[in-house]
Design a protein around this ligand. Structure first.
Ligand code: AMP
Ligand code: MG
Length: 490
């Protein structure tokens, strides 16, 4: 008996995307790599998915994570999609460096796509090499898992492996794979791909697939129900990003998930000091995807989705347009409601009274002027620690005036003080994946030391808890540590 055959059970696949018509994908094996080694395995997630961690840690598990040998029942494929990139139409994109090896059903019946990112060239690679290097793999692992811990819908990171190969970027870097898992990888751009080809039959299949996977309660409502559902979940998603100071960085329609998950962690970043116009991405020259632009861009993306779905809505296209428009008009109210709830919770308020939204806006305005650290300011408020909060403002008097009004309003809020602070702590994380810490983790990993990566992942697993051992990870960067630009994961 080999070591393999005694180390647990392989995943049992239950593939559904592969059962869709062939024009949805290209069947393709991942390109094998030289010398894979496990960097990280997300055991909590593996358990949630009903996977056997002993098997995942075995030689067979590693071979799967590296795309070298897939378990029986895997039907590897690369998905095709299209999309608007920075507003410009690309009629064909697709998994250029990823491979969906198959789907499994978890113990609770939920479906999970298992996708290898960095798995080699595909028909959709365009000029790319289909590979990924260690930096973006660790970045996505850290940030996507932190997102999950914040309670924000996201694709997850099941594992990271190094490949033993070099990937040429500005310099040769160690290659790596991320195993990304999610209930699906259907994007707004997937719908756009078929809509642009006037392939109504494919749109119908895709609509049905997406409803069944993400919105079973709306299956009877067709394309309009799908648009309504996506609008609702995406509005909430972007409001959650705003509440964390998160900037996605590439809100192209191919990076907009139909299930309302955060997907495609490229040049994304969390703000340190609050600046609504903040942009990190090196390729976002005009601030199209700046922090404050995100809700508007989302509506733009939803409008692209709506137009792709029109052929399914009504044979009378004028009627279809009117129906879609009606849904999109509801976006503003849905987003404002989600945003308001999140930001009121951040300052300890449960129900909006007159003046409450203005109170939040006033604080944000003062934070922007005073260069206050977004995360630390709200966390200090959560502990009613106005002394710490005021010290975060370059012009502290600006804060004092606001704090007086806030304290008066908060004391008017029903409930014990301890309840209020408990609630506020759950709305205001102590830890975010700060850019300079991610960068540090990558630099250490490049030198063979995964300690800082592991520390960061560990601290971010419970971001709402004070963790004295990790207090250094809470701090904003010193002047010479500030990361001003982030790059796509290519
Ligand atoms: P992104 O906006 O980073 O999600 O990527 C846009 C498109 O470029 C997607 O279709 C990716 O699959 C593709 N892509 C990104 N990096 C690479 C790469 N290294 N090799 C091949 N394709 C890539
Ligand atoms: Mg993408």
């Amino acid at each position: 008996m080999t070591a393999d055959s005694v180390s647990g059970a392989a995943p049992v696949f239950d593939n559904s995307y592969a059962a869709l018509p062939e024009r949805f994908y290209t069947k393709l094996d991942p390109a094998p790599v030289a010398e894979p080694a496990l960097i990280a395995l997300n055991e909590g997630l593996a358990e949630e998915m009903g996977l056997d961690t002993a098997w995942l840690r075995s030689e067979a598990g590693l071979a799967m994570f590296a795309g070298n040998r897939l378990p029986e029942g895997a039907e590897p494929l690369t998905q095709v999609y299209a999309g608007h990139q920075f507003g410009g139409w690309s009629p064909q994109l697709g998994d250029g460096r990823a491979n969906l090896i198959g789907e499994i059903a978890g113990p609770d019946g939920r479906h999970w796509d298992i996708q290898l990112k960095g798995s080699g060239q595909t028909p959709y690679s365009r000029m790319g090499d289909g590979r990924a290097w260690l930096g973006p793999v660790l970045r996505e692992y850290i940030v996507s898992e932190a997102m999950h811990a914040f309670g924000v819908p996201t694709t997850r990171a099941l594992a990271a492996v190094s490949t033993g190969e070099r990937v040429l970027r500005e310099a040769p870097f160690p290659g790596a794979f991320l195993t990304r898992v999610a209930p699906s990888h259907v994007r707004v751009g997937t719908f756009q791909y078929f809509a642009a080809r006037q392939d109504t039959d494919a749109l119908e299949h895709l609509c049905e697939f997406t409803l069944a996977r993400h919105y079973p309660e709306a299956t009877g409502e067709g394309a309009l129900g799908l648009l309504r559902s996506v609008t609702r979940v995406q509005a909430r998603l972007v409001a959650q990003w705003m509440g964390l100071g998160f900037i996605h960085g590439v809100m192209n329609t191919d990076n907009a998930h139909m299930g309302g998950l955060t997907i495609d962690y490229g040049p994304c970043a969390f703000m340190d000091s609050y600046n609504p116009a903040q942009v990190f991405s090196s390729i976002d020259q005009f601030g199209r995807y700046a922090y404050q632009a995100q809700p508007e861009i989302l509506v733009w993306n939803l409008a692209q989705l709506a137009s792709s779905l029109l052929p399914l809505m009504d044979a009378d296209q004028d009627k279809a347009v009117a129906q879609a428009r009606n849904v999109l008009h509801g976006f503003g109210a849905a987003y404002t409601e989600a945003w308001t709830k999140i930001f009121l919770a951040k300052i300890g308020l449960r129900e909006a009274r007159d003046g409450d939204i203005a109170l939040v806006q006033d604080l944000l305005g003062r934070m922007a002027e005073g260069d206050a650290d977004f995360t630390l300011t709200f966390r200090a408020l959560a502990g009613l620690d106005t002394a710490t909060a005021r010290a975060l403002f370059s012009n502290s008097e600006q804060f004092d005036d606001w704090a007086e009004r806030w304290q008066a309003r908060l004391s008017d809020e029903p409930g014990e003080e301890s309840e209020k602070t408990d609630r506020m702590r759950l709305a205001n994380p102590a830890f975010i994946p700060r850019n300079h810490r991610i960068e540090e983790a990558i630099q250490f990993a490049l030198a063979g030391d995964y300690g800082p990566f592991e520390r960061l992942v560990s601290a971010l697993a419970t971001p709402f808890e004070d963790q004295p051992a990790h207090v250094a990870l809470q701090q904003p960067p010193a002047e010479d540590e500030i990361v001003r630009q982030t790059f796509c994961g290519t």
